[in-house]
Ligand binder design. Sequence first.
Ligand SMILES: Nc1ncnc2c1ncn2[C@@H]1O[C@H](COP(=O)(O)OP(=O)(O)O)[C@@H](O)[C@H]1O
Ligand SMILES: O=c1ccn([C@@H]2O[C@H](COP(=O)(O)OP(=O)(O)O)[C@@H](O)[C@H]2O)c(=O)[nH]1
Length: 243
Amino acid sequence: MKEKAMAALPYKRVLVKLSGEALMGTEPFGIDRATVRRIAEDVIAAVKLGVEVAVVVGGGNIFRGSQIAGMGLSRPAADSMGMLATVMNVIALEAQFTSLGQPARAMSGVAMPSVVETYTRQQGMEHLSKDRVVLLAGGTGNPFFTTDTGAALRAAELECDVLMKATQVDGIYTADPKKDPTATRFDRISHDEVIRRDLKVMDTAAFALAREASLPIIVFSIHQAGSIASVLRGEASCTLVTA
Ligand SMILES: Nc1ncnc2c1ncn2[C@@H]1O[C@H](COP(=O)(O)OP(=O)(O)O)[C@@H](O)[C@H]1O
Ligand SMILES: O=c1ccn([C@@H]2O[C@H](COP(=O)(O)OP(=O)(O)O)[C@@H](O)[C@H]2O)c(=O)[nH]1
């Protein structure tokens, strides 16, 4: 069944980057239960298509290091708080997947063994090959990075075929479409061109790492229910970044 479904899709293993803000729904802060459920259902719909799914989760719905650094905190201390925020998010997601009957494992790049499994590449690969959704917290495990860069890193390490950046807009535009109504969307663009034009949808470190690893990136909007599966089936508007 899995082989049959997979045959129609160009990807066998994908990594979805989910920002912390995607879990807020319409709340100003934190985790909105209904939104977490909707996103878990979206991921499960993708699993049912026959792909293995890893998810790197951000923490911007709770703490962003760059915003709280300076308030009596060094940047590394503030970034530690940001990384802990991502752990809270994966705990919420793991519970949601479990209650929906989908096997899932939360793993953290920041060791917290009494809370979630510590990330290792080998164990992550093992979970994916057993069709468990792998929920990755802690970004890269180091300060001064973002979870976008963590997503490119984990996608490369875990041999994912594509990094799917779920965001607020349906792709990469010539300029920020929220600020410039004349901006137009790219269907396809190279990593080099994204970096050369300094397009801001992910940080440059993430694009550079993806380029180095020959990792394609899809940028798509998470607002529509079922969007991950729609993108995988080639039915939703998005931007594909390739070499
Ligand atoms: N060239 C661009 N193309 C698309 N989006 C852009 C561009 N420049 C800036 N953005 C903005 O980047 C945002 C996504 O980046 P970010 O805030 O890091 O996303 P998220 O909160 O989903 O992690 C989009 O919502 C969009 O407003
Ligand atoms: O490798 C990483 C990834 C994240 N962070 C910290 O965790 C916060 C939350 O991550 P991010 O801002 O990427 O979350 P998102 O915008 O995706 O919700 C960041 O602001 C950083 O403070 C970090 O220090 N190292």
